[in-house]
Structures are given as structure tokens and as C-alpha cells.
Design a binder for this molecule. Structure first.
Ligand SMILES: C[S@@+](CC[C@H](N)C(=O)[O-])C[C@H]1O[C@@H](n2cnc3c(N)ncnc32)[C@H](O)[C@@H]1O
Length: 293
């Protein structure tokens, strides 16, 4: 029997209710603060979902994880209220937790990049290697990459003084902090010819006019033989997931690109060996191109 539109609407609202409230329960169980009866009830939800929080945290800070878990709920609520869902308007703790999560992804990022771009691993491991992290946020990825690659200097640029101040704290706490340079800079106005071996450009966080200005500027900023990695959405066979990805990107004020459009854009700025790397579920799409030697 096919579901009627009315049943579909009820099912969607029920699923939304469950997702929103189970996230709220997870956040309260992680934080452990609040009225005891509420925290107990929240813990009960988590237990009944079969999640052993102690084991799942595996050394991650509960407060930071709670901030990270609450981020989609707070951002979606801002969109529903008609407020801008600006990424940077989240509390410091949520921004730092997300930065930490990007940092945890750094070794996988390098593995994928190395597999997709023969010669890249050697290039970023050489003395004097330089990478540009565009939209560095709180610097989680920039610092983790510098920690992973002892010869690499990472320049992180961002337009927001508040996130750069948080990034400065992350940089100062890292043993590789002296190889991380943070700068307030709009990528659209980047003017550093022949400087970087690798540039990371995340389309979902850059408005389209910025992205279109950034692509030629970033290409000029590559050293001959350097690589540009363009992060973008992954649009596959599931139309609902595709539409949700686009919705979130539009809400963040970024550019929704699929792999085909990403490849076109890199080819248009004259990059060669353009290809899209296979990335795991939950990771952004990555399309790479290389400046000619
Ligand atoms: C989601 S955050 C990146 C998080 C980061 N990878 C981390 O580890 O914390 C995206 C960042 O892009 C920055 N951004 C947006 N427009 C920009 C522009 N024109 N130039 C440089 N950065 C920009 C935003 O301010 C924001 O901090």
C-alpha cells in the first residue's frame, strides 16, 4: 500500500521530532548539568538507544562533544527563526569542537590527497613546503596538518577576527604552532604568486562571487606543479540527501557544487590532471587540479 501525502507528512514530522529530541537528550547527557530529573531522563534516552557514552567518547572532552552535537540543532533553529545561520555565531566551544573534529580528519585528508595526487605527499613533506588553508576558522585543520607534517608551514586565512582569535589559541597550544601562520585575509583578494604547494579551498563556505574570484587568485598563488584541492558537496543517488546538502550550503551562504561543476571550474582556470577523489561517507567531495610545472 502506498503512503498518502498526509501519512508522509506525519512520518516526516515524527522523524524530525525524534531526531531533534534525541539530539537534545544526547547534549544534556553529555553536559550532565541541568535539573537532575531532566538529566536522568536524557541519560535514559541515550541508554535505551544502546549508546555507551563513556566508551563512545574515548578521550574526547564531553563539553566539546556536547557543543558539537548541539550545533546542527542550533543552526537549524536559527534558519527556522529566520535568522542567518552564520557558522561563526556559534559559541566558542562549538567552534573549537568542530575545529578539533576537522583536525582529527587531517591524517585521512592527507591519505586521500596523497592517493589522488601522485607526488603530493613528497611535495608537502619537503623542507620549505607551504600550504594555504582558506577559511581556516579556528585553525583545527591547519594546526593538525602542521603537527602531522614536520616540514610543512601552513598559512590559515579567514575574514573573521573572532574565529582568528580562537585559532590563535589553538595555534599557541600546539607544538607545531611556530609553523602555522594566521592572517586576516579575504581569499578573493589573495595576491601571493608562486607561493604554495597545496591550497585547500572549501566551496560550501564561500559565497559564489568569492569562490569565482578565489579560483584564479589561488591558481596564481600555487607554485608551478602545486595542487589546488576544491572541497564541495557530494551529490549522489539519494535525491533527499542531495537536496538537504544544497539546503545546508545555501543556509551557510556558501556555494553548492557537484563534482562535475567542480571539475569544470578547475579546468577553466587552467589546472591540469583534474579529478575527483573518492571520499568516505560524511566527508566532503574533493576535486583536485595541478598547476603546470
Ligand atoms: C566552517 S569554517 C572552517 C573550519 C575550519 N576548517 C576549522 O578547522 O575550524 C569556514 C570559514 O570560512 C571563512 N570564510 C568565509 N568567507 C571567506 C573569505 N572570503 N576568505 C577567507 N575565509 C572566508 C569563514 O569566516 C569561516 O571561518
Amino acid at each position: 500500500m502506498t503512503e498518502s501525502s498526509e501519512e508522509r507528512l506525519s512520518a516526516l514530522m515524527h522523524a524530525g521530532d525524534q531526531a531533534a529530541w534525541s539530539t537534545a537528550a544526547l547534549v544534556l547527557a553529555l553536559r550532565g548539568d541541568g535539573p537532575p530529573a531532566l538529566v536522568d531522563a536524557a541519560r535514559r534516552v541515550v541508554d535505551d538507544m544502546g549508546l555507551d557514552l563513556g566508551a563512545a567518547l574515548a578521550g574526547r572532552p564531553p563539553a566539546g562533544t556536547a557543543a558539537q552535537a548541539s550545533a546542527p540543532l542550533l543552526q537549524a533553529a536559527a534558519v527556522v527563526r529566520g535568522e542567518a545561520a552564520a557558522w561563526a555565531e556559534q559559541p566558542d566551544e562549538a567552534l573549537l569542537a568542530q575545529g578539533l573534529a576537522s583536525g582529527r580528519g587531517a591524517p585521512g585528508f592527507l591519505r586521500l590527497a596523497g592517493a589522488a595526487m601522485p607526488g603530493l605527499s613528497e611535495a608537502v613533506s619537503r623542507r620549505g613546503a607551504r600550504m594555504l588553508d582558506v577559511g581556516t576558522g579556528v585553525g583545527g585543520l591547519a594546526v593538525a596538518l602542521a603537527e602531522t607534517l614536520p616540514q610543512l608551514t601552513v598559512v590559515g586565512i579567514d575574514v573573521l577576527p573572532r574565529v582568528l582569535a580562537l585559532a590563535e589559541r589553538v595555534r599557541a597550544a600546539s607544538p607545531a604552532g611556530d609553523r602555522v601562520v594566521l592572517r586576516r585575509q579575504d581569499v578573493a583578494a589573495l595576491d601571493e604568486p608562486d607561493t604554495y604547494d597545496l591550497i585547500w579551498l572549501p566551496a560550501p563556505f564561500l559565497p559564489e562571487p568569492t569562490l569565482l574570484a578565489a579560483l584564479p587568485a589561488a591558481t596564481r598563488a600555487l607554485r608551478p606543479g602545486g595542487w589546488l584541492m576544491l572541497g564541495h558537496g557530494k551529490y549522489g543517488h539519494d535525491p533527499v540527501e542531495n537536496a538537504l546538502n544544497r539546503f545546508k550550503t545555501v543556509a551557510y551562504g556558501g556555494t553548492a557544487l557537484d563534482a562535475t561543476r567542480a571539475q569544470q571550474l578547475l579546468a577553466e582556470v587552467g589546472l591540469t590532471a583534474v579529478s575527483t577523489a573518492p571520499t568516505p561517507l560524511g566527508s566532503p567531495g574533493i576535486t583536485v587540479g595541478r598547476r603546470q610545472r
